[in-house]
Design a protein around this ligand. Structure first.
Ligand SMILES: Cc1cc2nc3c(=O)[nH]c(=O)nc-3n(C[C@H](O)[C@H](O)[C@H](O)COP(=O)(O)OP(=O)(O)OC[C@H]3O[C@@H](n4cnc5c(N)ncnc54)[C@H](O)[C@@H]3O)c2cc1C
Ligand SMILES: Cc1cc2nc3c(=O)[nH]c(=O)nc-3n(C[C@H](O)[C@H](O)[C@H](O)COP(=O)(O)O)c2cc1C
Length: 782
């Protein structure tokens, strides 16, 4: 085959050398506009996994690359006058020039034709090629020529960065955060050869503009950065090698995803590779890795399916299918890390203490968890756990194991939770006339015995017509309050857990069948009239609710007040006002379901007016020494609906009205919603609200392991974690998770105590049998 790689970056060169190596009969050319020793940028970092596959695919170039590597294990943070360091992170850095030169030499040795200083105008320049690799980088001319085919989706990110170098050598991957009168700057610094370190400076657009960096030439920008980062530079100078860039050289990162990666232009098959197909932010240093992995996979498919022109369409299809998965995974992690650096100034830098700031930074991509940090640097993590426990009032002077963050106690007003795990409210559809019965006592009681610090019963309806289904719990009469008291007394007498009641009104989602008879489906018989912010049915065939008038509002407010009084009478420890999931109060907050033109619709303030009125009314009658949380849908997952930005505005209003905590859920407001699920998928909403609005939060949603909860709480992304479905699968979820992480100093109910040691021993045995090999450094140091 005749193969032309347009662009001699890592992608084009590595693919050319692999293909030539496995099939020397191919005629392969790499067309590169630069000279062999020209390049932008400084060093790049690699992970161990990339090197493992490079070693397997081409040991010759891998050996040279490893020889040129600079390895380091430590991450150091300079922040607010402190220097903190952790180890075990295993990175390798190499100069981009060095890497390209190694690949260029290897290409030449194998017989690849390298054509330098030649600008390719596009794929049509090479009509004789069977296969054209568009490895021409992020600004790919080839990709840009066929936008309707490749469907590039490009997002220009808000931060500005400048890629500099310095001759000062650092023995750790160093992050330095500096505050100026206009905001925060951060430097990402790592050594990549015996003489040089990469020094990337990043800041928010607003800060960049206020400092007039856009008007500065490169030297002026360098002078600015040298002054700002003088402590970490210790007199060394910064350098640029991007003189070819006109203007200031401060760039915005562009995130690129393509809908399709290949195309037949009439003569040749064209395929995107590396940055031409996708980009990953430098915050996790994976752009070069993705380019190399693309080259490997495309070669792998030729090796599997055969190195002939006829096979090209199938090869390209499988290549894209396989690579898409890995690219999406890395882009996801890169997005989390990138977003952390984008919001660090407004969210974390001013509020978090240096210790927690360090933890938050280390876990920014959410690929590194609490237990993962323990593997990397146990001493550092133990120190952090001690710091966190001490901050939360625990005595850490003894020799015993420090309680990890999720097991530290938490207090709001005079309510003291023994740990940070909340059993999230879950409708059970098993009540008659809103009355708790033995099912609820056993169901909720066993979760309290199972270790949750706060046990929420399901949404508890404030009147018969506030119910979702005929099976929902209620709190509108004396008999119901008596049953509640029986359950609450049981929990208080037999466990250290506290009991929360979530008050709610179903609104337009009421009068429906029990979940297992047809969730959200309207009742055929025995239904009741519905009310909502506006007269919009939930499903097309649902009952059309009445838009509430003032009399309805007064009645529903009074119903909430009555329920709150009953809850206090029953001895509940915590109240939550349900303003989420499209139920009555949520229907006021969302612009999708609130089309009112009176003072209860329109702006944020108007949409929140009635929910706030109800909140204030229950706050008045609920004991002052007990907290009230508010559950919000922080994202409607539908265009025109609420976003996390809106949720933050509402959170601030509830905070000002006296709410103690925001329970950050999402969705279920609009039937056609398009939620993006995934591990911890709603935690970013909690993170935003907690750290931008300054109110405690509960994170909820796909939190299913102690490791998740510990990571969230330790990083300050939430104060409490609510766990719903895992509690359905395992009433003793909390006790079992403690045992899984080897934590044995957690009390079990005295009646169950004899089961504890055996359970722990069995788990420890199973873990030892399945233990992976010890985690070592990424790559052996030079
Ligand atoms: C600030 C910053 C820091 C980074 N840090 C890291 C890091 O630490 N680790 C990491 O892995 N990645 C890092 N990257 C990303 C990395 O540089 C890229 O992801 C990687 O180089 C992609 O390789 P590529 O071969 O696809 O494209 P490129 O490296 O961009 O190569 C494309 C090549 O094509 C040539 N070319 C383009 N158009 C034409 C044309 N028409 N004719 C001829 N030649 C052409 C260009 O001159 C260039 O040499 C960083 C990027 C930035 C911006
Ligand atoms: C069976 C079931 C019933 C639920 N009922 C309620 C409810 O009454 N009130 C509420 O706010 N959320 C309710 N939810 C949502 C959960 O509280 C929680 O937010 C959601 O399940 C995500 O958490 P998870 O991933 O841990 O399950 C319910 C969830 C389930 C699975």
């Amino acid at each position: 085959m005749r193969i032309v790689c347009v662009g001699g970056g890592p992608a084009g060169l590595y693919f050319a050398l692999l293909m030539k190596k496995f099939h020397p009969e191919h005629s392969i050319s790499v067309i590169e506009r630069n000279r062999p020793y020209d390049t932008f940028g400084w060093g790049v970092v690699f992970s161990d996994a990339t090197m493992v596959s490079m070693r397997a695919w081409d040991p010759e170039s891998a050996a040279e690359i490893e020889d040129a590597f600079n390895h380091w294990d430590d991450i150091e943070l300079l922040f607010k006058g402190t220097r903190q360091r952790t180890s075990g992170h295993g990175f390798v850095g190499i100069g981009r020039k060095k890497l390209l030169n190694i690949l260029q030499r290897r290409c030449e040795a194998l017989g690849v034709e390298l054509v330098f200083e030649t600008e390719a105008n596009g794929d049509l320049d090479y009509p004789d090629a069977d296969l054209i690799i568009a490895s021409d980088g992020f600004n790919s001319k080839i990709r840009n020529r066929y936008p309707e085919v490749f469907q590039p989706d490009l997002v220009v990110r808000p931060n500005r960065y400048i890629w500099l170098g310095t001759h000062k050598l650092y023995d750790a991957f160093t992050f330095d955060f500096r505050k100026t009168e206009h905001g925060w700057f951060q430097a990402h610094i790592y050594k990549f050869d015996d003489k040089t370190s990469t020094f990337i400076v990043e800041t928010a657009e607003e800060t960049y503009e206020k400092h007039g960096l856009g008007q500065m030439d490169q030297q002026q920008s360098i002078d600015f950065c040298e002054k700002l980062f003088s402590e970490v530079l210790e007199g060394s100078e910064l350098m640029t090698n991007a003189r070819h860039l006109r203007g200031s050289a401060w760039l915005n990162f562009n995130r690129l995803i393509c809908g399709k990666w290949s195309h037949f232009n009439g003569n040749s098959h064209v395929v995107l590779m590396g940055d031409a197909a996708h980009t990953a932010h430098f915050a996790i240093g994976s752009g070069t890795k993705l380019a190399i992995d693309d080259a490997i996979e495309l070669t792998n498919q030729f090796n599997k399916l055969g190195h002939t022109r006829n096979n090209i369409p199938q090869v390209l299809e499988t290549y894209e299918e396989i690579r898409r998965v890995d690219v999406a995974r890395i882009q996801n992690a890169a997005r989390n890390a990138m977003e952390w650096f984008e919001v660090v100034g407004q969210r974390y830098a001013d509020t978090l203490e240096p210790e927690q700031f360090m933890y938050s930074m280390l876990t920014r991509s959410q690929r590194i968890s609490h237990e993962n940090l323990r593997l990397r640097d146990p001493k550092w993590l133990e120190g952090y756990e001690r710091w966190f426990a001490r901050k939360n009032g625990l005595d850490v002077s003894g020799n015993g194991r420090t309680l990890p963050p999720m097991f530290t106690p938490y207090s709001l007003r005079e309510t003291h939770l023994p740990n940070r795990i909340v059993m999230s409210p879950m409708a059970m559809y098993s009540a008659k006339d809103g009355l708790m019965d033995d099912f609820h006592l056993v169901h909720l009681g066993s979760r309290a015995l199972g270790g949750a610090g706060l046990v929420f019963a399901e949404m508890t309806c404030v009147s018969p017509d506030a119910r979702i289904t005929p099976g929902c719990l209620g709190l509108w009469n004396d008999e119901q309050a008596v049953r509640w008291k029986r359950f609450i007394d049981f929990v208080h007498d037999n466990s250290t857990a506290k009991v929360g009641i979530q008050l709610g009104h179903a609104g337009r989602k009421g009068s429906t069948k029990l979940a297992w008879e047809g969730i959200d489906q309207p009742l055929e018989d025995g239904g009741w009239p519905l009310i909502s912010a506006s007269a919009i049915p939930y499903l097309k065939h649902s009952q059309v609710p009445k838009a509430m008038d003032r009399a309805d509002m007064d009645r529903v407010k009074a119903d909430h007040v009555r329920a709150a009084k009953y809850a206090a009478q029953a001895g509940a420890d915590w109240l939550e006002l349900h303003c989420a999931h499209g139920y009555l109060l949520s229907s006021f907050l969302s612009p999708l379901t609130n089309l009112r033109d009176d003072e209860y619709g329109g702006s944020h303030e108007d949409r929140a007016r009635y929910p706030l009125e109800v909140f204030k009314a229950i706050r008045e009658v609920w004991p002052q020494d007990k907290p009230i949380s508010v559950r919000l849908s922080c994202h409607d997952w539908f265009e025109g609906g609420n976003t996390p930005e809106d949720a933050a505005i509402f959170a601030k209003m509830f905070k000002e009205a006296g709410a103690d905590l925001i329970d950050c859920s999402s969705g279920q407001v609009w039937k056609e919603e398009k939620p993006v699920y995934g591990r911890l998928f709603q935690t970013p909403f909690s993170d935003k609200i907690r750290n931008e609005i300054g109110i405690p939060t509960i994170a909820v949603g796909a939190i299913s392991e102690a490791d998740h909860a510990n990571s969230i709480i330790a990083a300050g992304r939430a104060d409490l974690c609510a766990v719903a479905r895992p509690h359905l699968a395992d009433p003793a979820w909390v006790l079992h998770e403690a045992a899984k992480i080897g934590l044995t100093n957690i009390p079990w109910p005295k009646q169950y105590y004899s089961g504890k040691a055996q359970y722990e021993t069995n788990l420890a045995r199973a873990a030892a049998a399945a233990a992976p090999p010890a985690v070592g450094p990424a790559v052996v140091a030079k």
